[in-house]
Design a protein around this ligand. Structure first.
Ligand code: TA6
Length: 282
């Protein structure tokens, strides 16, 4: 096993391939600062990538971990999910330590970002793999002279063998907004199963969640990102997505660490960070 961080071409886009000494691997695109693959040490792929995904500058990639900033969905005047996932980020550091491999990528404001959003900022994404663990940390800095508000999400597409056989634990008792019906309610189920379209924002998800499959699972923890979105387009909506195969909804579940309900206010010079962590269980 080589233990490197290597620049590679991933479907025509520049990327960095991380291999940690303990056998974990990840690939991160410069486009969008977008993680497209994570294999824990001695394990199978845990990130869903649509076989019909489009890898083209300016176009969001269907799968992986799109970085959503500064707007979630259509909750504001910008294009859906903001602009960060469509921009070219810069790889600023990639290194391998005794038991980890790490990449840092950065996006700062340009004339193009200021056309969408008139603020000066720096975003940094840090992807760290070690054994069975993946940490993705997003940092936002206000490098300008006026205060701004933002929403953010790590829109993680997890790979599953069959979504109908999965359960998400840890949501019981939490307040939730169903984005399909617009209704607010409190979750009562101790294990939430996915057998139809789901698009929900759970609030105050400070404790770990568990995504269970029949023979494996993943623990998901977020810090400083108090909302968790659970999304699966199911059959009808999936068929409307040109960059998803017909049965793609069966192979994925989005569990997204987010800050949506209470956008972050950053004063000039201010900094914010949020993190999503995964620990794979075989
Ligand atoms: O995070 C869930 C969501 O906002 C859904 O409403 C859904 O449409 C999805 O993201 C994908 O959005 P996209 O713009 O990538 O097609």
């Amino acid at each position: 096993m080589t233990t490197t961080s290597q620049r590679i071409d991933y479907n025509g886009l520049p990327a960095v391939h991380l291999c940690s000494p303990d056998g974990a691997e990840a690939i991160v695109l410069e486009h969008g600062g977008h993680l497209v693959s994570w294999k824990p040490a001695n394990g199978a792929e845990r990130i869903y990538m649509s076989p019909n995904a489009v890898f083209k500058e300016g176009t969001p990639v269907r799968g992986g971990v799109p970085v959503i900033f500064p707007q979630f969905g259509l909750r504001g005047p910008l294009q859906g999910h903001g602009f960060a996932r469509r921009m070219n980020w810069q790889l600023v550091d990639a290194r391998v330590g005794e038991d980890y491999a790490l990449a840092h990528l950065r996006l700062s404001d340009t004339p193009e970002t200021r056309e969408h959003w008139p603020h000066e900022f720096a975003l940094e994404i840090a992807v760290n793999i070690s054994g069975a663990r993946l940490d993705i940390e997003l940092e936002v800095s206000n490098t300008g002279s006026s205060t701004f508000d933002f929403m953010a999400a790590l829109h993680t597409y997890l790979a599953v063998k069959e979504v109908e056989e999965c359960g998400v634990e840890g949501l019981s008792g939490l307040a939730c907004e169903d984005m399909l019906t617009g209704k607010q309610f409190r979750e009562t189920k101790s294990s939430f199963t996915i057998d139809q379209e789901v698009d929900r924002v759970y609030h105050d998800t400070t404790k770990p969640l568990m995504l269970n499959e029949p023979h494996r699972g993943v623990v998901i923890q977020s810090e400083n990102m108090p909302d968790t979105v659970i999304w699966n387009p199911w059959e009808v909506r999936c068929a409307e997505l040109a960059d998803m195969p017909k049965d793609g909804f069966r192979r994925m579940l989005c569990v997204e660490a987010a800050v949506i309900r209470d956008p972050v206010k950053l004063e000039p010079g201010g900094e914010w960070w949020g993190r999503q962590t995964f620990v794979a269980m075989e």
